[in-house]
Design a protein around this ligand. Structure first.
Ligand code: PGA
Length: 216
């Protein structure tokens, strides 16, 4: 099973998001070998959920989750609120670590909140120094120099980093950082990488479709 995650970041309105889903749904057939996870901005989760109703191969994730359980935290979106709306949540993306001062500690709290609410955390790490708490089932290696720059990390280096992490063999290990249709093959040639977290190349549905086609 391979995983392909679309991280839209702070992009798309309702109209653009539904048009994107229409393209993907009409041009793909459900498969057992690929799980697509769409991570839209929070307000688009519910309308997309309704649209994706009968596609079990396409799941929804949030791009973040609050470290707080509930209560007086204006603007936060808790795992309790997201429960039953998303199956996954990205946590610890380097943009959040950098722009919102997230630390291993706050990220650890987010992971606990997600797990308590049956949401699978997809933990992003920038390098081997970032903490990987016990029990993490999905991990993405995203070197900062590769995000949105076209400066991909070599597949061999990705595999080398994975080795250093000494992960449980059941951990789903993904790569992210300027993945596109021209460079995805090098990562697909190793069985060590279970999929991808895609930003830029996930915005245009036809570009994303070409990644799907490469994987299948
Ligand atoms: P990118 O973004 O594909 O544009 O490099 C990846 C990410 O930040 O998740």
């Amino acid at each position: 099973m391979k995983y392909l995650i679309a991280n839209w970041k702070a992009n798309k309105n309702l109209e653009e998001a539904t048009a994107w889903v229409d393209v993907i749904v009409t041009k793909t057939v459900p498969t057992e070998t690929l799980k697509i996870i769409i991570c839209p901005p929070f307000p688009l989760i519910v309308p997309l959920m309704t649209k994706l109703n009968n596609r079990t191969d396409i799941a929804l994730g949030s791009q973040d989750v609050s470290q707080f359980e509930s209560g007086k935290h204006t603007g936060e979106v808790s795992a309790q609120s997201l429960r039953s709306l998303v199956k996954y949540t990205i946590v610890g993306h380097s943009e959040r670590r950098q722009e919102f001062n997230e630390t291993d500690e706050t990220i650890g709290q987010k992971i606990i909140q997600a797990q308590k609410n049956r949401i699978e955390p997809i933990l992003c790490i920038r390098n081997e120094a970032d903490l990987v708490p016990q029990g993490i089932k999905m991990l993405v290696y995203e070197p900062v120099h590769s995000i949105g720059t076209g400066d991909n990390e070599d597949a061999a280096k990705v595999v080398e980093l994975k080795g250093k992490l000494k992960l449980d063999p059941s951990t789903i290990f993904l790569y992210g950082g300027s993945v596109n249709k021209n460079d995805i093959d090098s990562y697909l040639s190793t069985s060590q990488i279970d999929g991808f977290l895609v930003g830029t190349a996930s915005l245009d549905p036809n570009e994303f479709l070409s990644l799907i086609q490469k994987i299948l």
